[in-house]
Structures are given as structure tokens and as C-alpha cells.
Design a protein around this ligand. Structure first.
Ligand SMILES: [Zn+2]
Length: 603
């Protein structure tokens, strides 16, 4: 059983300021002086001539598995970049994915392209390839001329590119439509995040594999990265400890979450020591799993991004540059400890500080108001079932190997030859070649399969592929969600909708569960994520109309004056300054004495 829920964990092993500033509208026209740049002489500098027509840098931040409600819950404890995004930016409070496949590759591809999976084709982190009769990951590239390459002497396996992503990313379109002046740089711990955010071609798309930073021959190497990988290797964090940032009384939840499954070498309570499996000696695979589940990995990603800004002078050349960071650790922590944990609350406190440092760096190097930032997440997460059950709610594990056995058994009675199921991957059931085609003409057998699936504990509905084709417009919200992530050839034959708070679990019979909880279904806890925009051209405020993260790329496109291929997403026009607005005489630049123009120190 190749479980979608287990992919995140395997990938680790295998791939191995305070916000005192108040946003001032005029700062877009007249960038504030920073410590690095002398203030422009005001008397001789007409305001309009100072204004860049387009942002100098587009920054995309995707926090893996960050639920929308984390902002509402934890905002009062933030003092850095997350707080600044809310206070100086546009906060969309009802942003949610309108599709069922709420997974990492899917979410990042949706944010980067502005299209839904039914269009871009990234339907899961991995899916069953019917032709090859095997699982393929969303970034696996069979081209023998492509291979992954490593920094600091690493020799990674595999070959990963964006060739399965059916439309270009926003960044690629920007480069293509502006005579190639754009530089595209992306970082994440995960290939499926770094690659999908960058697109098919990039100046750098870098991820973490088995203790090293790696890329693909499709993207090429960067000298600054080689230097950073050698001077600041992840193993330099070996022996460090992740301790609570605030007094214990500041945390919402108890010190142990029921059903949590921490990385090997850790127990359920703080502090967590990064010493691998045995607690002594050299970095091992357990150490890298701990590191990826700790704030130290977020800090490493932030430092890489700042290094890229300096080394490539991002935001200082003729075109608009693109920088993306996929912050993976929140996802690892969420799978292990669940959303109701001190670990989640604490790692966000640390990420808030990292983002404060990042924005201070961009203010200094690119100029406040010269760059635009979007922060979102690729999906949310469901509470750990054992934890949820303590509320008295109906929650549990929908055990997929058991479902597979039941369906095999019922089809045996109809004289189908075993095995009839090739794979169950999350919600998607893939039948062996020819079986589903037969079932479509064998009403009694099909009905028995559907009845059997519906009788399994935790199943709310079963959908057939033919119900999802052509994106039905007038159907139930969950059917429509499955249709929005249906891609012929790649998606399954049948689709299982669990009941709310029931976790799809692919753990083989008789084995202990290797994770606490997961995501990947069309319920709001998996679909609802933050969308925050800040900087060039953005009208600060809180916005309550329902939007989707597919709206980020079209909004970037509008700010940069380019066109995307898909119209799945729409421009968040309400959060954009109109051309006349920014020039209003009532909106004057911030006086020099304001705290925001003072040199910043790291929060
Ligand atoms: Zn994810």
C-alpha cells in the first residue's frame, strides 16, 4: 500500500522588528530611504519619476500546511513578519481551495499557475500511472537527459522537473513576456514545492534531499548556493535544542496531544533535542527528520533566500525578479503533532521572526514599497482523530487497506479475477486494467462495489470518474470539489469522500501508524488557508469575500502587466491600489522621523 498520507514522511527520509511601522500609501510612489541607500534629494526628485511602474521583485511565500485559523488564533503573539503582513498588507480571511486534492504539489502548482488541478494536471503528490502500472511522483521526469545534481559534493538520486505541470507558472510567464529580464529563484525542503513554484525553467530551484541541498540539471547550479551549502550545512544544527519560545502559560494546548507521533528520537513534550536516533554521535536520517520538523530549517530557508537576494542582486536589475520560499517545517510538525499542539504554535512564533528578518533585508536591499509579497499555504490539516474524539465529535480512521480487501471480496463473488484494484492512493481508487471499463457495463457489480464502500466506517460518499468529467456546474459542493481536481488519465476511477474529521489512513494491516494526522479532502479544515498580500500596489485591509489561492498569480500578473494562460483564478482587484489613488495629495510620504525609516534591528 502506497499511501498518499505517508509521502510527506518518506520524502524527508529519502530526500532526505517589531511591526511598529505603519503602512503609508505614499511609500509606493516614493520608496523610503533605508540604511543602505542615501535618501533621494526631495526637492529635485519629482514624486512620479521615482515611482517604479512595476514591482522590482515579486516574493511568494508558501507555508506548507498553514491553516487559515492560525492567523486568527496566534496573531497576538507575533511581532515580526507575520504580524507585519497582517498590519501592513491585505488579509483575505475567507480564502479556500475549491477542490478535493488538498495536497502539497497540487497547492503549490495552483498558487504558482493561477489554475486549478483540472487545468494544470498536478492532481496529487504522486498518482498511479496506468500506462506504466506504477506510482509516479508529480515531479518525476523520465527524460534520460535530466538528472538531479547536488551542492557541496552531494550526489542525489532521481530526476525532478515541472514537465508534468501542464501550464507555465506566473514566474515563467513573467520571464517570457518581458524579454527574459526576470530572474527566477525558489527554495523549499521539498522538490514538489520548489519546482512547482518556479516552473519549467528557472535560474535556481533548490530543495533538500537526504541532508543536502540539491537541484535538477533542468535548472543548473548557482555559485552562491555552493558557497552557502558548504559554509552553512544543515548538520551544523546537530546538537541544538528546540525549546519553547514563550512561558508555558502562553500556549493554547496541553503539553501532549493525544495520538501524536513525533519523529524518531523525540518524545511528546518540549524541549526537542536535534541529536538523531540515539541522542549522541553523528547526524543520521533521524536527525534530518528532526531538523526538517524544527524552526532551524525555516531559518535556513530564510537565510538562503537572503543570500540569493544579495548574490544575484534580486530586485535591482532591469526587470521584475521572482523569489519563492516554500516553508516546509510547519507541515512536518503538523503531521506529527497535529494542529492543536504547542509545536505548531511555537514554530509559527519562530517563522514570524524569520519573516521579520526577511522583510527587513528586502527593505534594505530592494527598498520598502518596491517589492510585493504574497503569503499563503498549500492546504490545511485535520486534527488528529484520537484528539478530535475527545470533543465527542464523530471522528476516526478510514482504513483504506480494509476497504481494498472488502472490494476485492465483493468482486470475487462477481467472478472478477484478483487483484481488481491496482492501487488506492488517498481518495482515489485505481482499478486494474480493464476492470473499471467492465464495471461500467456491469450494473450489479458496480452497485455492489459502491454499496460496499459506503458501508465502510467513515465513508460519506463515493463518486465515479464519469460524474466528475467536464466539471459539472450544478452539483453538490463536494462533487464539484472532486471535479475541480479531476484530470483524465491521472485521477482515479472511484473517489472516496470521508465523513468530516475522518482521516484517510493507508497504514498496512497490523502496522502502527507512522504519523499523527493528514490532509487531502474537500473539507474546510484542509481547504481554508491564509492569503496575505503586502507591498507594491497593495491596498491594506481585511477582506472577507471568498477567494481562492489561485487568485494570487493573476493578481501578481495584473501588477506586472502580463497575461496568464488560465482564467481559473481572478485578480484580487479589491486589494489593488488604483492608478489615481496612490497619487492622492492627502497621502503624503512618511515623515523621516517615523520609526519605520529608522535602521531596523533583527527582532
Ligand atoms: Zn503540503
Amino acid at each position: 500500500m502506497f499511501s498518499r498520507m505517508l509521502l510527506w514522511k518518506r520524502s524527508v527520509l529519502r530526500h532526505g522588528m517589531t511591526a511598529a511601522a505603519v503602512f503609508v500609501v505614499g511609500s509606493i510612489l516614493l520608496p523610503q530611504p533605508t540604511v543602505a541607500q542615501a535618501p533621494p534629494p526631495r526637492a529635485t526628485a519629482p514624486k512620479t519619476s521615482q515611482a517604479p511602474a512595476k514591482p522590482k521583485l515579486v516574493v511568494l511565500l508558501v507555508v506548507d500546511q498553514m491553516r487559515g485559523d492560525y492567523v486568527d488564533k496566534f496573531l497576538p503573539q507575533w511581532t515580526g513578519g507575520l504580524k507585519r503582513l497582517v498590519e501592513e498588507g491585505a488579509w483575505f480571511r475567507d480564502a479556500a481551495y475549491p477542490y478535493a486534492a488538498t495536497e502539497t504539489c497540487v497547492g503549490h502548482a495552483t498558487i504558482s499557475t493561477g489554475a486549478f488541478p483540472a487545468t494544470h494536471g498536478m492532481v496529487a503528490n504522486a498518482w498511479w500511472d496506468r500506462k506504466e502500472q506504477k506510482m509516479v511522483t508529480c515531479t518525476a521526469d523520465p527524460d534520460p537527459n535530466v538528472k538531479n545534481i547536488g551542492y557541496a559534493g552531494a550526489t542525489p538520486k532521481g530526476a525532478d522537473t515541472a514537465w508534468r505541470m501542464g501550464v507555465p507558472s506566473f514566474a515563467e510567464e513573467l520571464k517570457f513576456q518581458t524579454s527574459g529580464a526576470t530572474r527566477i529563484v525558489s527554495f523549499s525542503l521539498k522538490a514538489r514545492a520548489a519546482i512547482t513554484m518556479a516552473g519549467h525553467k528557472a535560474d535556481a530551484a533548490i530543495w533538500f534531499d537526504g541532508g543536502s541541498w540539491v537541484t535538477s540539471s533542468a535548472y543548473g547550479m548557482q555559485p552562491f548556493m555552493e558557497e552557502q551549502a558548504k559554509s552553512h550545512p544543515a548538520k551544523a544544527d546537530f546538537g541544538k535544542t528546540w525549546a519553547l519560545s514563550l512561558p508555558a502559560s502562553a500556549y493554547w494546548y496541553g503539553e501532549k496531544t493525544l495520538g501524536a507521533v513525533p519523529p524518531e528520537g523525540w518524545d511528546l513534550i518540549f524541549p526537542h533535542s536535534l541529536r538523531g536516533k540515539t541522542g549522541v554521535g553523528e547526524p543520521d536520517s533521524a536527525f534530518y527528520e528532526q531538523w526538517a520538523s524544527s524552526p532551524y530549517a525555516d531559518t535556513a530557508l530564510t537565510e538562503l533566500a537572503m543570500k540569493a537576494v544579495d548574490a544575484l542582486s534580486l530586485g535591482k536589475a532591469a526587470g521584475t525578479d521572482f523569489l519563492a520560499i516554500g516553508y516546509s517545517p510547519v507541515d512536518y510538525v503538523g503531521h506529527e503533532f497535529g494542529p492543536r499542539s504547542r509545536e505548531i504554535q511555537d514554530i509559527l512564533i519562530s517563522l514570524d521572526k524569520d519573516l521579520g528578518n526577511l522583510f527587513a533585508h528586502l527593505d534594505q536591499k530592494v527598498g520598502r514599497g518596491n517589492y510585493v509579497v504574497a503569503l499563503s499555504a498549500d492546504h490545511g490539516v485535520v486534527p488528529i482523530p484520537e484528539d478530535m474524539q475527545t470533543t465527542g465529535a464523530d471522528a476516526g480512521l478510514l482504513h483504506l487497506p480494509e476497504l481494498q480487501e472488502r472490494i476485492e471480496k465483493v468482486l470475487e463473488a462477481f467472478k472478477y479475477r484478483k487483484p481488481t484494484i491496482a492501487r488506492i492512493n488517498g481518495s482515489d481508487i485505481y482499478f486494474a486494467p480493464g476492470v473499471y471499463e467492465n464495471l461500467q457495463h456491469d450494473r450489479a457489480a458496480m452497485q455492489s462495489v459502491l454499496d460496499t464502500a459506503l458501508s465502510q466506517p467513515g465513508v460519506a460518499a463515493v463518486y465515479r470518474a464519469e460524474e466528475l468529467r467536464d466539471r459539472p456546474a450544478r452539483q453538490s459542493p463536494t462533487l464539484r470539489a472532486f471535479a475541480n481536481s479531476y484530470f483524465p488519465g491521472r485521477s482515479g476511477d472511484l473517489f472516496i469522500l470521508p465523513k468530516p474529521y475522518w482521516l484517510l489512513d493507508g497504514t498496512p494491516l497490523g502496522k502502527p501508524r507512522s504519523y499523527g494526522t493528514g490532509h487531502g479532502v474537500p473539507y474546510n479544515y484542509d481547504q481554508h488557508v491564509p492569503v496575505l498580500l503586502m507591498g507594491f500596489g497593495i491596498q491594506p485591509g481585511q477582506y472577507f469575500q471568498p477567494i481562492t489561492p489561485a487568485d494570487i498569480a493573476p493578481t501578481f500578473a495584473a501588477l506586472c502587466g502580463i497575461t496568464l494562460s488560465s482564467r481559473d483564478g481572478h485578480v484580487l482587484a479589491e486589494a489593488l491600489k488604483k492608478p489615481g489613488e496612490a497619487r492622492s495629495p492627502s497621502q503624503s510620504p512618511r515623515p523621516k522621523s517615523s520609526p519605520a525609516s529608522a535602521p531596523r534591528t533583527s527582532p
